[in-house]
Design a protein around this ligand. Structure first.
Ligand code: FES
Ligand SMILES: [Fe+2]
Length: 360
């Protein structure tokens, strides 16, 4: 059984990964109330006033329209027409009105109903319900984040990352489409996440990465909505040139691995940032999407952030093996290494907490 004390806690029940009620609970109540990385202001450039997007395709499938008003403020709304539910914005455009392609209903870039043809005789129209449903948006330039109905503030979620890496010129990081990709993992999304949350497996699963990182010096930190793992570079391996006064100044850091609840990973390397967005599909399949933001082009193929494809393949294979194991009638749950699995324990506690309403 899982308990708050890692010293005597068991892992989460294997039923978590298989119970359809839990799956649906996360889909309906957890993911829509969490924060998500959506895009960036290079793919939604200042020349555009509106653009469609989709939150977690093949899972939430929630249509979104991003808008940029005359003051350059980015907002997001449900991209669903309040008439008969057509998607109102179908492509990026510089128009300052959103016009539904189905019957011509018009909305402002602030999501307000403006006009509807052939409705002159309709009574009590328009009403509040005719405006677009607003979503919460936050920008940490160049990254754009969204939550349909946030349960906790964006700053609570992002602050640990922002304060630790405030010295990084994130706004100068450039999205590079040709290094960004996506692929499918044959496992539950939470198994992919828990594998990410420990460096314990590095010597066993990632021989290449193990040659670069100092296993004994690996660090883990827990936050209310995430974790940070720090990979320390072996002598002669590439590391950050940390500014004097920054929190970890003096350490040879090869990578900052941030995970933000529930499904976002931001991996900072001396060359820039690699984001993994973990998209649940069904209890047996997950799509992992990679988005690369380059800061120092010359460093891109080196250090812990070098052979990322190989590391991914190794993780994909072991997570698939765990997916099979978790369904075995003879596996009833395990225990945690107090030294090496604090992040996984933290994650399991969060998952367990989310399911509490289902048990009452
Ligand atoms: S569905 Fe949009 S105007 Fe009819
Ligand atoms: Fe791994």
């Amino acid at each position: 059984m899982i308990t708050p004390n890692i010293l005597n806690s068991g892992t989460i029940s294997p039923a978590f990964f298989q119970d359809p009620n839990i799956w649906n609970w996360f889909k309906d109540k957890v993911f829509p109330t969490s924060w998500h990385y959506l895009t960036d202001n290079q793919r939604f450039p200042s020349t555009l006033r509106q653009a469609p997007n989709l939150l977690l395709p093949d899972f939430l499938d929630e249509p979104i329209v991003l808008t940029r008003n005359a003051d350059d403020r980015i907002q997001a709304f449900s991209n669903v027409c309040t008439h008969r539910a057509a998607e109102i914005c179908t492509h990026g455009s510089s128009r300052d009105k959103i016009v539904c392609p189905y019957h011509g209903r018009q909305f402002s870039l602030e999501g307000k109903f403006l006009f509807m043809p052939e409705f002159e005789e309709a009574q009590n129209f328009p009403s509040e319900a005719d405006h677009l449903f607003p979503f919460s948006v936050e920008v940490l330039s160049p990254l754009i984040f969204i939550s349909p109905e946030p349960r906790y503030s964006f700053s609570n979620w992002i602050d640990p990352l922002q304060s630790l890496l405030s010295w990084l010129p994130l706004k100068d990081f450039n999205y590079t489409a040709n290094n960004s990709s996506s692929y499918q993992v044959d496992a539950h999304w939470a198994l992919y996440v828990e594998n990410y949350l420990e460096g314990f497996h590095i010597p066993f699963i990632h021989p290449g990465l193990h040659k670069i990182l100092e296993f004994g010096a690996y660090e883990e930190y827990l936050f209310p909505y995430g974790t940070l793992q720090i990979g320390i570079a072996k002598k002669d391996e590439n590391c950050f040139d940390l500014p004097v006064g920054s929190e970890h100044y003096g350490k040879r850091i090869a990578a900052f691995y941030f995970w933000l609840y529930p499904n976002l990973m931001l991996n900072f390397y001396p060359w820039g940032l690699s984001i993994n967005r973990i998209n649940p599909i069904n209890p047996n399949h997950t799509r992992v999407e990679y988005f690369q933001y380059v800061w120092k082009e010359a460093l891109i193929r080196s250090g812990a952030g070098g052979a990322l494809d190989q590391v991914e393949k190794e993780d994909g294979a072991i997570v698939k093996s765990v997916q099979r194991g978790i369904q075995s009638r003879y596996y009833t749950g395990g225990r945690f290494s107090p030294r090496r699995e604090k992040g996984v324990h933290h994650f399991h506690c969060m998952l367990e907490n989310e399911t509490q309403p289902l048990n009452t």
